[in-house]
Design a protein around this ligand. Structure first.
Ligand code: UDP
Ligand code: MG
Length: 239
């Protein structure tokens, strides 16, 4: 096995064949800017389209993980983060709505302010009016109830330490509560504005109605879970 990389870029994807070549090119360009070792973990969440496993530049390793069936964005992100070997984890969507070039500034903030997770805030969202409004309501209710100090939890673009990434629990909906879960587990979080673009190709995989109902049920669960999470961290073993 290759030595531990500095960054693990984790991307969940479900039927994103047309987006993958451009996605890999953009991640490649971003990683070159960072001038560190990296692995790119592409998590195929049971895609039914024909996608080609094209390579990155020889400078970076690409790992293609496959889920046995379509399991949802949280599952794909969870398994990708569990597989990550890098010191820092960068999370991105596959449809290029996130701009990989924003990741370096999130990582710098994480390091400079000694944080465990930095979440992007999509200031100029390239989504429909309905999506933007429902997201605004959901973000307001969630941040008031959970006190997670996060304005846009739905932004996939995040940078985490490996330790914080591995502490995230496995359940459908987890990806919408990552800042709250991380904060409740005793870690430090932050946020900063990022670019948000229109989906490059294909269609959104999540329906608005279902998303709202599930997010409400999940929020109730989170009110309990965030109080009951372990607060302690495992300290380094004695020599
Ligand atoms: N995704 C996934 N499994 C799913 C649904 C979505 O891995 O069951 C991926 C999808 O391919 C994309 C990301 O999760 O990379 C966000 O999905 P999408 O763009 O459809 O959501 P939206 O941006 O509309 O909220
Ligand atoms: Mg999208």
């Amino acid at each position: 096995m290759n030595p531990e990389p500095f960054f693990s870029v984790v991307v969940p994807f479900y039927n994103e064949a047309e987006n993958l070549p451009k996605l890999i090119r953009e991640i490649d360009a971003m990683l070159r800017m960072l001038e560190r070792t990296a692995e790119i973990i592409l998590v195929n969440d049971g895609s039914t389209d024909e996608f080609a496993r094209q390579p990155a530049s020889p400078a970076f390793v690409i790992r293609w993980l496959n889920l046995s069936r379509n399991s949802g964005q949280s599952a794909a992100m969870y398994y990708g983060m569990q597989a990550a070997r890098g010191q820092y984890v960068i999370l991105l969507d596959a449809d290029l709505q996130n701009d990989p070039m924003d990741a370096p500034q999130l990582w710098r903030k994480l390091v400079e302010e000694d944080l465990d997770m930095v979440t992007g805030v999509r200031l100029n969202r390239n989504d429909t009016w309905v999506r933007r409004m429902s997201s605004r309501v959901a973000n307001t209710v969630r941040s008031v109830l959970l006190q997670d100090h996060t304005s846009d939890t739905g932004c996939t673009l995040k940078v985490l330490t490996r330790e914080a990434a591995k502490r995230l629990p496995a359940w459908n909906g987890m990806h919408r509560f990552m800042p709250a879960l991380t904060l409740a587990a005793g870690y430090k979080i932050g946020e900063m504005p990022v670019n948000h673009r229109a989906r490059f190709a294909g269609v959104s995989k999540v329906s608005g109605g279902k998303r709202a109902v599930r997010a409400t049920i999940d929020l109730l669960g989170m009110l309990w879970f965030s109080r009951r999470q372990f607060k302690g961290r495992l300290l380094p073993e004695d020599e």
